[in-house]
Write a protein that binds this ligand. Sequence first.
Ligand code: 6CS
Ligand code: FE
Length: 308
Amino acid sequence: MAIVQDLYPSRQQDKPEIIERKDPVINTRPEDADGSGLTAEQLRQYERDGFIALPQFFTPEEVAVFRKELTRMTNDPETIRRQEAVKEPNSDIVRSIFCVHKLSSLFDRLSRHPRLLAIAGQILGGGVYIHQSRVNMKPGFKGQGFYWHSDFETWHVEDGLPRMRTVSCSITLTENNEFNGPLMLIPGSQNHYIACVGETPEDNYKSSLRAQKVGTPDDESLTQLAESGGIKAPKGPAGTVLLFDCNTMHGSNSNISPFPRSNVFFVYNSIENAPVEPWSGQKPRPPFIAEREDISPLEPTQNPDFVS
Ligand code: 6CS
Ligand code: FE
């Protein structure tokens, strides 16, 4: 395999550094928006902020079907025993279930929803496939937070994604409000890559998916991003779709409210951005976290009706 240049080196130096983004945030022109995905204005807003919330994307009836499937999975002892079911730090409470697009035919169909694929194709340009999927449960009282991080820093260093040409699509399965640990994002941070310090431990994912340590930004760099972009926490009813760029700095607080904050995430990657050897110097992370084999372009599901 040809040596691919590391355009975003991280975890290699003894002090942090902010590297300017080398990739476009959007890979198609807003003026070419044809109505199947985001409007031209929405695409410009996504390019400016590094994320966009689309309230009422799914109806309460559709969300009820998704919630029922999530409840089925979390109540299934077989599923909860699998490695895809990641527990909260210091407890046996389920924090996330990964690879839901392969564990559930319903979530597979949802990941190939025609409109979601149209939007992902519009942002990334061309064919897309699922790099990673998961449900983050964040149960009431017990759901721990996710410290500030750029997903791309991990997906580049530990999975070997060469370029910033990946978008996360989060679908809220519960209301996200100021009380139950909503996702917080820093507008504009997608344009600045924080090269972190620290070596990647072997099998890092076994702890990082429970509480990430290595690859998280230093206080000074984070302060710089937040001072220039502020912090936003999109709130809204279940059924909201939140799209955010792979390098948009984000995190969330723990949930001490009685109400869960559950979201399902589909991470779309461009088929032209397939993973190469990770720059961590470790072996690639397992396929349930980062797809490496099946990177053919996704076809929209023929049956996007989830209710009848
Ligand atoms: O390591 C990962 O791939 C996961 N970790 C975080 C904190 N966000 C992205 C992803 O779920
Ligand atoms: Fe993340």
